[in-house]
Design a protein around this ligand. Structure first.
Ligand code: ZN
Ligand code: ZN
Length: 481
């Protein structure tokens, strides 16, 4: 490496802020100016004497390095970084079959540089992490469910009704999932059942502006049609294949976009199909169960026979996960759907490393973020706040208007008049001199409320149009509009 290269490396480091001390009020005295060291001395000190731009170590892999636009190489803070036009960003929103505060049930968000979000599984509790990650519920309208164990779809009812309440007014929720060996076990039958379960809720929420928010588009595909394309829009395709998970109707998914690829296998026993359909994928994610059955019985309270039987009929042991990764040869391999516990983690890595020597990271605990471009991948821990505020619902303002649909019902149509008549007179509890304008009837009756965006208060226009503006820019960068 020439001195020029060393200098350009330092200049690059300065440009990305490695040495930045913005706004420092006080800095130590500079060292006296001297003759620069020899290139050899600088190389020895900066790169271990090896030509290149960083130290070479056993676990440093080509292409595994932080992208220059990341605010921190160690942590992701929700809402502080935009997905770049050529980037795929993957966030683990739920990571364990055993739900607990730091690990919700399984869900993976894939965000693309063309402005699209894809949700793979939507396990119980994961919606809390979406809320905390500065993502509005009405930005989540494409959900791919691998199978119907409830730890993979428990948050669907919530996203469906509360997403409808908070702005999914002009398009249906779209859900994909496999059929099974009888109609009553397929995705469509589950959605039917969910609708029955939510009958009261849907009617009650119909006093709100919901519009099409209670529409749901169910895309049940034939689980036997392996390799079939179930989604093909805006340069994004999603394909599926079967997994062996005790019952028919468990599928894996592969998303391809911009010459990059993401696989989430869902649950299942190790199978050569995974190697076949995931072959060469950039980011390969599977589940892994660590072989510590007897120890885990003592620690986690699961009887060893139950753990052993569950793994051997349903799941992928750590050794097998590494074995398949070695066949797939991804640029980054992650395992999820696993407890993240210090007593387990070292053993998990040891099992994976039996067969897979390449880049590997846990897809756990919740909040792990993977930034992917064609030449770089970086994995970080997300810092997800405990008491976040919701993000404003996000709207497409292509028509330069905000349209708020009229509610389907007024309270009078779905509630007994007597119970309203006995509500306490607000004069009795509001302090003297405090008279808020109450909104007890929807102000526009059965007419939609339509406001040109230039007439919206700036805070609403900016807050509710943030994703729209960024998506427009991203789509232009991708030549889509
Ligand atoms: Zn599961
Ligand atoms: Zn399962």
């Amino acid at each position: 490496m020439s001195l020029k290269t060393v200098k350009s490396w330092i200049a690059g480091a300065l440009a990305v802020g490695c040495f930045a001390t913005a706004g420092a009020a006080q800095t130590p005295n500079p060292a006296p100016v001297g003759e620069p060291s020899t290139v050899e001395d600088m190389q020895a000190a900066l790169f271990g004497g090896i030509p290149g731009d960083r130290w070479k170590e056993g676990l440093l892999f080509e292409g595994i390095s932080p992208h220059p636009w990341l605010n921190s190489a160690s942590n992701w803070f929700p809402g502080t970084e935009d997905v770049q036009p050529d980037e795929m960003r993957i966030i683990f929103m739920g990571t364990s079959p055993i739900i607990r505060p730091g690990q919700m049930n399984t869900s993976i968000l894939v965000q693309l540089g063309n402005g699209e979000n894809f949700v793979f599984d939507i396990g119980e509790g994961s919606v809390a992490n979406y809320n905390a990650s500065n993502i509005a519920l009405n930005e989540l309208d494409k959900i791919f469910i691998t199978h119907l164990h409830v730890d993979h779809y428990g948050s669907l009812p919530y996203i469906y009704v509360f997403g409808g309440w908070s702005g999914r007014w002009h398009n249906p929720l779209r859900v994909w999932g496999p059929s099974s060996n009888a109609p009553e076990y397929g995705m469509a039958a589950m959605i039917d059942g969910m609708m029955k379960m939510l009958a009261w809720h849907r009617r009650a929420f119909s006093v709100f502006p919901v519009g099409e928010g209670h529409d749901i588009q169910v895309n049940e595909f034939d689980y036997l049609d392996e390799g079939g394309v179930i989604y093909d829009e805006n340069g994004v395709t999603v394909t599926h294949w079967q997994r062996s998970h005790a019952m028919d109707g468990a599928s894996a998914y592969r998303l391809d976009w911009n010459d990059m690829c993401f696989v989430w296998t869902g649950d299942g026993r190790p199978n050569m199909r995974d190697a076949k359909y995931a072959k060469g994928c950039d980011v390969y994610v599977t589940e892994a169960q660590t072989e510590l059955v007897e120890i885990s019985a003592g620690v986690a309270g699961v009887p060893p026979f139950l753990a052993r039987y569950t793994i051997d009929t349903h799941h992928t042991p750590g050794y097998a996960a590494g074995y398949i990764a070695n066949l797939v040869q991804p640029r980054m391999f992650l395992t999820t759907h696993m407890p993240f516990d210090p007593y387990l983690n070292e053993e998990t890595v040891a099992e994976i490393r039996e067969h897979w020597k390449g880049p590997y990271h846990f897809g756990a605990p919740d909040g792990i973020v993977v930034n992917v471009t064609k030449d770089q991948i970086w994995v970080r821990e997300g810092i997800i706040p405990d008491y976040p505020n919701n993000r404003a619902p996000q709207f497409n303002f292509d028509n330069d208007q905000l349209r708020v649909p009229a509610p389907q019902y007024a309270r009078e149509e779905i509630q007994n008049a007597d119970i309203r008549a006995t509500e306490i007179d607000p004069e009795l509890y509001y302090p003297e001199g405090y008279h808020p304008e109450l909104l007890t009837d929807w102000p526009t009756g059965d007419r939609d409320l339509i406001i040109n965006i230039e007439d919206l208060p700036p805070s609403l226009r900016e807050g509710m149009g943030d994703t729209w503006r960024k998506r427009k820019a991203a789509r232009e960068a991708n030549g889509l509009e």
